[in-house]
Structure formats: C-alpha cells, structure tokens
Design a protein around this ligand. Structure first.
Ligand code: PLP
Length: 217
C-alpha cells in the first residue's frame, strides 16, 4: 500500500467514527527497513516516524535529521534505563513508559536537561507475560505516580495480543485514558489501524503496510 492509500483509509475510518481526520497522526514505523525505503517516504514529505530500538534509531536518524527538516521521531519499543538518556536525545516522544524505575530515571534526566519527550504509558491490556507494559489493574496508580514526578504523560499505548480481536483492547485503553484525563491514544498497527481509529486512536503506528514486509535482519 502507498502512504496516500493508508492516509485515505485513516481518514475514512475517522469520518465513520464522527472524528476529524486531522486528529489522527500517522507514525511510519521504519524499523529494519532498507534506508532507501525510508528516504522515499521522507522525499514524499512525511516527517513522523517510529523506531523500536534505541541503537537502531541512533544509527540512522541523526544523519537523516541533518538532511531533512522537521523530523518527529517516536520511540515505540521497550526502553532500558541505561538507554534512557540516548532515547531522550533522539526522540520527541516515547511510547513505552511502563515501570517505576524507568519513570524515576526519565524524571531525573528531565530535571537535569530541562526538557523531556512526550510520554505514553504502555499498558499490557492482554496481560501477556512476555510483553512490556503496566498491568491494567495497576495503570491508574502508575499514571498518578508519573504525574507526581512531573513527567509529561500525554497518553496511553497498547499492543493487543496477536491472536485476539483487538477491538476490546482498544476499548479498554480508551476508557482508561478517559478516566485519567489523558487525550493521547497510541494504538493500531498495519492490520488494525482502522479499528483503532474507530475506538479513538490519536496515533497509529504503521510499518509493513507502508514500507512493505520487513527484511529479516
Ligand atoms: C513494528 C511495530 C509496529 C508496526 O507494525 P506493522 O505491523 O508493521 O505495522 C507498531 N508498533 C510497535 C510497537 C512495533 O514494534
């Protein structure tokens, strides 16, 4: 699919739900893609990208930033505390705030730097043991804890279990955001971004549908 056809599908889903299409941001997930595919999307004018690994982002985005203005990079993968500083240097948003230790590290670095990327709290809506994210039952308390540290929490993020119908997960995340007064909802990937938009997604993270299948690396 082309970037334009994804944007058209996004707009259609937003209008179906009575939403303004401009309230949904497309994050083009460029992880593991050959550089020429990323450059082609940049050349088409898109500036909002997602990466799931700090190391990989560090290897590509400083150079691309020097060549293209206005890049908005979102870190969407699990973040180790020892990579937090580098993540804050690279990204404008971090979607994977999921535990107190990481919150404390980001808060300390934010104090030191005088700025902090926008943060999404990741919720493990499917309660999968192998998956990152705070458990649903612990989310309200964790969000309050992050706010108590003055962290700029703007929304919630989830990755539903691959085998599940994603709609109930998106619904749960939307309800959780609403009751916590959070407007951002990072949910929806290549296979389910339209469903996510119907449930209120403000940020969809779309990789393979834009770039083609990821080349194994
Ligand atoms: C890779 C990835 C995506 C994009 O997945 P696609 O199925 O290729 O759209 C979205 N979110 C996260 C957290 C990812 O790691």
């Amino acid at each position: 699919m082309s970037l334009e056809s994804i944007q058209a599908s996004m707009a259609g889903a937003a209008r179906d739900a009575g939403r303004d299409p401009s309230d949904v941001t497309l994050i083009a997930v460029s992880k593991v893609q050959p550089l020429e595919r990323v450059v082609a999307i940049l050349e088409s004018g898109h500036r909002i990208f997602g990466e799931n690994k700090v190391q990989e982002a560090a290897g590509k985005w400083p150079d691309l930033r020097a060549r293209y203005e206005g890049i908005d990079l979102h870190l969407i993968g699990p973040l180790q505390t020892n990579k937090a500083r580098q993540a804050m240097d690279l990204a404008q948003s971090i979607h994977s705030l999921d535990r107190p230790k990481l919150a404390r590290t980001l808060a300390r670095l934010a104090q030191e730097r005088g700025d902090c990327p926008s943060l999404f709290v990741q919720v493990n809506t499917g309660q999968e043991p192998q998956k990152a994210g705070v458990l649903p039952a612990e989310a309200d308390e964790f969000i309050a804890e992050c706010r108590g540290m003055d962290l700029p929490v703007v929304g919630l993020m989830c990755i539903p279990p691959a085998e599940d119908n994603p709609a109930p997960h998106f619904q749960m995340l939307a309800e959780m955001a609403a009751r916590n007064g959070l407007s951002g909802l990072s949910m929806g990937m290549s296979s389910d971004f339209e469903t996510a938009i119907r449930h209120g997604a403000t940020h969809v993270r779309v990789g393979s549908a834009i770039f083609g299948e990821r080349v194994a690396g």
